[in-house]
Design a protein around this ligand. Structure first.
Ligand SMILES: Cc1ncc(COP(=O)(O)O)c(C=O)c1O
Length: 436
């Protein structure tokens, strides 16, 4: 019986004595053992390790006798299943699993028809990946200032910076806290601009009853190893409710089209377009094993968010009456965050010093901070690509002020209760020490 074609690639050519699968190498028990050893490395000087490994290998061999070693490693049933689960979770029409969120941005920017000279409005504070694609093709990145309370893009500054050339606005839900999407979507509708949500931190965030990532035309999530859940280190998902989502699988893999093969061949290759001209898609496929990992982690994503929320609430409670600390807004009726990061801010006017002093003292007490989100105009790449970074800095006073004097991000997971308490106690002690 001919199996249904399920994949973009390694299409199933049906049962055959010499099958398609004979073209490449398969997974072997040796590989499984190496992966296990990587995932569970030897603790220093523990003699039991080798013995346990031998036992496990024996058991794995038995398992293979009764089961089967997997054949399909990319773009098969697990990727398809993951995409279905994600669509259900986010209540959206289309989802595609990719190597990372940056690949999702690239695909969405291409669908938006972004060309050299077009403008993209991004927040001044984010990770550089948000704007890597526009920078790479010579589109102009315009940085909007941020709301100092959330570090998210300030819609009023976005409105000021829209021009006739603005093609994409990319709001970034920093730390999982949703941007003001009502205001951003209003601007986008008014000027017919594509909104691509950088939801790298926000898989599970909610804004006014809608899942973050599904409010703009496109949304991309990251499953890099430092995110709330991960597909074994790297991974991303792009979603949309626009009908162009039907072309997502072609956009993921080189425009590969098995539904309409050319004569005498098994497939066609097509360019794609939505707004703007045709573009050539790249290859951004993630693997089946990454999909398996993410499906597994998705089962606990709600619990993870809940745990993080409680940790954030605890910190807010501890910090709320401490002079000099500004606590971040947490969940309310309209907003639910994934609490990917805890936004810790100080009011330098109430301290003898600013966040730089506090950060140094936190370091001395062994408190990790996440040094990830500096204003983008401060990185060499912007100047090297011809941006007048001093001028941009002047247009983003809030970003500059919070970066220099006010904020750091703290982790919220996976804490022992006593460690969370230690973090809060230490920070309060530090702040009291530098109070005016
Ligand atoms: C705000 C933001 N956007 C985009 C990305 C890129 O995600 P990925 O590594 O999955 O491409 C990151 C990753 O850390 C991020 O923090």
């Amino acid at each position: 019986m001919k199996k249904e074609r399920i994949s973009d690639f390694r299409y199933d050519t049906g049962p055959a004595r010499i099958a398609w699968s004979t073209v490449g190498e398969k997974v072997k028990i040796q590989d499984i053992m190496e992966i296990l050893k990587f995932l569970i490395p030897l603790k220093e000087k523990d003699k039991r390790y080798k013995m346990q490994l031998k036992k496990v290998e024996k058991e794995v061999k038995k398992l293979v006798e009764t089961g089967d070693l997997t054949g399909k490693l990319t773009l098969g049933t697990k990727v398809a299943q993951l995409e279905e689960e994600v669509k259900k979770f986010l209540r959206c029409k289309y989802a595609v699993f990719l190597t990372n969120a940056t690949a999702g941005f690239e695909i969405a920017y291409k669908f938006a028809g972004l060309k050299p000279g077009d403008e993209v409005i991004a927040p001044a504070i984010t990770f550089i990946a948000t704007i890597s694609y526009p920078l790479s093709i010579g589109a102009k990145v315009v940085l909007a200032d941020i709301d100092p309370q959330t570090l998210n893009m300030d819609p009023e500054d976005v409105a000021r910076k829209v021009t006739k050339k603005t093609k994409v606005i990319i709001p970034v839900h920093i730390g999982g806290y949703p941007c003001n999407m009502d205001a951003i979507m209003d601007i986008a509708r008014k000027f017919d601009i594509v909104v691509l949500e950088d939801a790298a931190h926000a898989f599970g965030s909610v804004y006014d009853g809608k899942m973050i990532g599904t409010i703009g035309h496109f949304g991309a999530f990251s499953f890099h190893e430092v995110k709330n859940i991960t597909s074994l280190g790297e991974g991303g998902i792009l979603v949309t409710n626009e009908e162009i989502g039907k072309d997502f699988s072609k956009a993921r893999f080189v425009g590969f089209n098995i539904a309409n093969p050319i004569p005498l061949w098994l497939y066609d290759v097509t360019a794609l377009k939505w707004r703007g001209d045709y573009f050539a898609p790249g290859n951004h496929s993630a693997t089946e094993i990454q999909a398996v990992a993410l499906l597994s982690q998705m089962k606990r994503v709600d619990k993870i968010i809940e745990k993080r929320r409680k940790a954030a609430e605890y910190l807010n409670e501890r910090f709320k009456n401490v002079k000099g600390i500004i606590t971040p807004p947490l969940d309310d009726k309209k907003i639910k965050s994934t609490h990917h990061l805890y936004l810790f801010q100080v009011d330098p006017d109430k301290l003898n010093g600013d966040i730089q002093v506090v950060k140094e003292k936190m370091g001395q007490k062994g408190i990790t901070q996440i040094p990830h989100f500096a204003p983008l105009y401060r990185f060499s790449i912007m100047k090297q690509l011809g941006y007048d970074t001093e001028r941009i800095k002047e247009t983003c006073p809030n970003a500059e002020e919070v970066f220099l004097h006010r904020f750091t991000h703290l982790p919220l997971y996976d804490f022992k209760k006593e460690d969370l308490k230690y973090m809060a106690d230490s920070i309060i002690e530090i702040i009291k020490g530098v109070q005016k």
